[in-house]
Design a protein around this ligand. Sequence first.
Ligand code: IPM
Ligand code: MN
Length: 337
Amino acid sequence: GKHFTVTLFPGDGIGPEISAAVQTIFAAANVPVSWETHEISVANVKPGDPLVSREALDSVLRNGFGLKGPMATPVGKGHKSLNLTLRKELALYANVRPCVSFPGVKTPYDNVDLVTVRENTEGEYSGLEHVVVPGVVESLKVITRTASQRVAEYAFKYAADNNRSRVTAVHKASVMKQSDGLFIEVCREVSELFPNVEYEEMLIDTCASALVMDPSRLDVMVMPNLYGDIISDLCAGLIGGLGLTPSGNMGAACMLAEAVHGTAPDIAGMNKANPTALLMSSLMMLRHMKLAAKADDIERAVHAVLKEGKYRTGDLGGSASTTEYTEAIIDKMSTGK
Ligand code: IPM
Ligand code: MN
């Protein structure tokens, strides 16, 4: 079979521990992946150096796959986020965040199954802000036909390939008439090419309320950058939080799977962190490599461990360490002990 090399950015805080958990599980599952690790962190950037080195970027582009732990965001003006730099430099135009209920993880709803597809390169995240005069700031939201079209196409293709019935374009074109107006205009055009997928448009405020009152009302959602940031966290909250939810940044040349949660400096190095989100993201990557059988086996084991409830990390009300939870997952895999 095929062998893959994956660029690993362990990240800051709990990043190295949860990355090690994923590596241990992959090894136990005989996943045909080897790792190329790059320690990118704001802590390592010397003055005058780029935030992410050329070698690190080239590694992802060469391998086609990357896995990224949480990264500390630099504080202060004039410092860009590593996350945003990676998305921009690697042209990762669609951010896909599926939120599916985990058996045994108690939340107000049992059968949540939602996917946020977020435009990942422009919108409110274009980084174009300036002080006009003291006390007045302008911030530019950039919406282009090109970026809107490729993310809309991604959402519809995702829906079609994954047997999902509907794509909802989430917007606020009632106020952002031109920018969100263009976004939904393009979504509408793309929808015509996918007659087997239902299409609808929904205002973002309506959508937020609908998601909280009845998550089954929505299916696949596509939206501009900032809205996707917020709605994907809302969806994560519906299934138990950011410690569980996967995320994949998709580009034409590569995919970067990531954990969306923070670096949790308060528990870093203490063998307490929950590696589930990074692991679930890495399973998205395996499915992309067409290693779905491996992904399914690991996912079944995760579900079994969480359902049983004996080995859960502190964020889920348990007392298992990262390594105990990892071992429990391995025990439940078909390749396990
Ligand atoms: C996320 C994060 C990032 C974002 C931050 C860290 C820049 O919240 O991946 O959702 O807003 O995109
Ligand atoms: Mn976010």
